[in-house]
Design a protein around this ligand. Sequence first.
Ligand code: FES
Length: 157
Amino acid sequence: MAIQADVDMAALDSILTSVPAAGTGDLIRILQEIQAAYGYLPRPVLSEMSRRTFIPISRIYGVATFYEQFYFQPRGKHTVRCCRGTACHVRGAQSVSDCLARTLDIEPEQTTDDMLFTFETVACLGTCFLAPVMMIDDDYYGHLTADKIKDILERYS
Ligand code: FES
C-alpha cells in the first residue's frame, strides 16, 4: 500500500489527455504509454486509469496480462534473455543459465538490486544455429560458455 502513495500520477495525466480511451486499440496504446513513462505498469496507476476512464479494472488487467510486452514489476536497465530451448539445452544452456544466475546473484524472472539487469529465460530466441545463445537487450551472444558470461555482462552499465 505504501507504494501506491509514492507513485506520481503526472505522467498518467499527460497520457490520458493525449490518448482517447475508447476502444481496445486505445487501451493497448495507453498501457504502452504508461509502461514507457513508468518502465512498467504500476498497479496504482492502473487503478487510477480505471477510475478516470471508466474502463473496468478487470478489462485493463485482461488486456495487460494477455500481451507479453507488459510488465507489472519494475525492470532492470538491461534485459538478459537466456534461451532454454531444445537446441540450446543440448549444447549446455543450463550451465550458461546457472552461471548467469550466480553472476547476477538472482534467479530467472528477477531483477538485480541495482536495477541494472532483469534476467529471463525464454523458449527459443529463433537463432538455434548460435546455440547456446542469450540476448542482452537487442544484442545476441551465441556459442556461449559459462566462462564468457562475466566479460559479456561487464560491457553493460
Ligand atoms: S533453442 Fe535456443 S535459440 Fe532456438
